[in-house]
Design a binder for this molecule. Structure first.
Ligand SMILES: [Zn+2]
Ligand SMILES: [Zn+2]
Ligand SMILES: [Zn+2]
Length: 497
């Protein structure tokens, strides 16, 4: 910049009052520091002296701004290329013209001209009000690299291309500019927010090895899946929330492993089991990272525990019917397990409830032969061949009881006196027999509500109306809006044939 000299020591800036700190300019009002000088040459407006709308570097005695002429001649700030007034960067050329020159070189697509797709961006960018910041920005090596890549006619000008660039902040700034000037379509907001979160999260990792691993995991698994979603429509907050969870869990796992003196490469099954122990639900999102690490040969083969969570995938109706058929005829499996499983699959009962059933809940009208089970009111009819199995179990049950449980009337008596069997015990038995302990129940419930009014089933099976109506609505039942009137009995034995 012309007119810059070294401010004599002991002098203060006439505008801000700060002591001399190197470069300054001597104007009629006194020494002006570099900061105030730059600010003066970026200030435009109506001149308080002549009223012209132009650069107003001077300050009037009354406080208004003055153009260079009205201020007594502060210098000539006219650009020799474009005629605009402002800071001149080189041989009398303004910052906007310098920006235009540099962009023309950086964005040259090989034909000696700016790549046509980028022309709207270049034209707008070099007209910025304070070109100083723009000149600094495009002077940075990583920004120059980004711009040269985009200028290459072999590179598509797309969000995907930008996704592959770094660092994130510069990419985000460039992306905003390209969107602002319609070079790129508006980006997916959730995806953009996720990228920013990821960048900040990675920057916050102190272990370089961990950062590298998480970066790879994010690129190869998390981002890839999100892009798949983005290809089918806007990415939802839920999808990016899961992505964040997977990254956070992976980071937490690596830190935990590090705390135990191990790395991914020497992590054993014992560590995996310890990690999941006690907080399976919270750590479920670690699955993705572990599977990716194994497939990438970064982690020795381990078994990732699987456990049904609050909303297990229901088994299909076909599976349910096959299971029921097998249970009703399979004499290999213990009777107790078969009965519990059929109660679950046929009547959509949770295990905790099945275990509270007593002999008094099994009704047997000896004359008519009809068997019913009281899960709610009225008791639900028990179709054959399950009725025979149930009665057989009720009769044999006494033989299984221990002395302490001799007079307990539980349908599934436990080892401890006066107590029914524990849910864990029965769940283990069901698993051994190949029965999904939870998915099966929701499948049964979904199937039942498609065939009878939800309130009737709810009453019969002891469910609250609201909960059953909800499942009915989800299952698309024509009865989902059925009002609870009367006492229609559902047809018995749904799904048993
Ligand atoms: Zn100053
Ligand atoms: Zn003036
Ligand atoms: Zn110019």
């Amino acid at each position: 910049m012309s007119g810059t000299q070294t401010m004599p020591a002991g002098r203060a800036c006439a505008r801000c009052g700060r002591a001399a700190r190197g470069g300054g300019t001597h104007w009629p009002e006194g020494w002006i520091c570099a900061t105030c000088h730059t600010h003066a040459l970026e200030t435009y407006g109506p001149c308080a002296g002549c009223g012209a709308g132009r650069l107003t570097p001077g300050i009037a005695p009354g406080g208004g701004r003055l153009c260079t002429d009205c201020a007594g001649g502060l210098g000539d700030f006219t650009c020799q290329t474009c005629g605009r007034e402002g800071i001149r960067y080189r041989r009398g050329v303004c910052g906007n013209c310098v920006l235009a020159e540099r962009l023309a070189v950086l964005l040259d697509d090989g034909t000696g001209r700016i790549r046509p797709e980028l022309a709207p961006f270049a034209a707008a960018f070099c007209q910025m009000r304070r070109p100083r910041g723009g000149i600094t920005w495009i002077g940075r090596p990583h920004v120059q690299k980004m711009l040269r890549t985009l200028a290459d006619p072999g590179t598509p000008v797309t969000h995907e291309t930008l996704n592959g660039m770094s660092p994130w902040r510069s990419v985000a700034y460039l992306r905003d500019l390209l969107m602002l000037h319609d070079v790129l379509p508006p980006a997916d907001r959730n995806l953009t927010l996720f990228e920013r979160w990821l960048d900040e999260t990675l920057a916050g990792l102190s272990q370089p090895g961990h950062r590298q691993l998480i970066e790879r995991f994010a690129s190869w698994h998390v981002r890839r899946r999100l892009r798949g979603f983005a290809g089918r429509g806007p990415v939802t907050g839920r999808q990016t929330q899961q992505a964040r969870g997977e990254v956070s869990q992976a980071i937490a796992f690596l830190a935990w492993l590090h705390g135990r003196g191990r790395t991914l490469a020497d992590c054993r099954q014992a560590e995996i089991d310890a990690w999941y122990a006690g907080s399976y639900t919270a750590r479920r999102l670690t699955h993705a990272f572990l599977r990716w690490a194994m497939s990438s040969k970064l982690l020795p083969p381990v078994t990732v525990p699987h456990q049904d969570t609050a909303n297990p995938a229901p088994i299909s109706q076909r599976q349910r019917l096959d299971l029921l058929q097998r249970l009703l005829t399979d004499e290999e499996t213990e009777l107790l397990t078969r009965v519990a499983a059929v109660l679950m699959l046929l009547y959509a009962q949770p295990l905790t409830r099945i275990l509270r059933l007593t002999l008094d809940d099994v009704h047997h009208d000896r004359d008519g032969g009809e068997v019913a089970i009281r899960l709610g009111e009225p008791p639900a009819p028990v179709p054959e061949p399950f009725a025979s199995l149930l009665l057989r179990h009720a009769g044999q049950r006494l033989n299984l009881t221990t002395a302490t449980n001799a007079d307990a009337r539980w349908l599934f008596p436990g080892r401890r006196g006066g107590q029914p069997m524990t849910p864990d015990t029965i769940e283990r038995r069901l698993r051994r027999a190949g029965i999904p302990a939870r998915g099966g129940r929701s499948a049964a419930l979904r199937h039942l509500v498609l065939q009878a009014p939800a309130p009737v089933i709810a009453t019969m099976l002891g469910y609250s109306h609201d909960g059953t109506a909800q499942v009915a609505a989800e299952a698309g039942s024509p009865w989902s809006r059925y009002a609870p009137v009367g006492h229609d009995r559902p047809r018995s034995g749904e799904g048993s044939s």
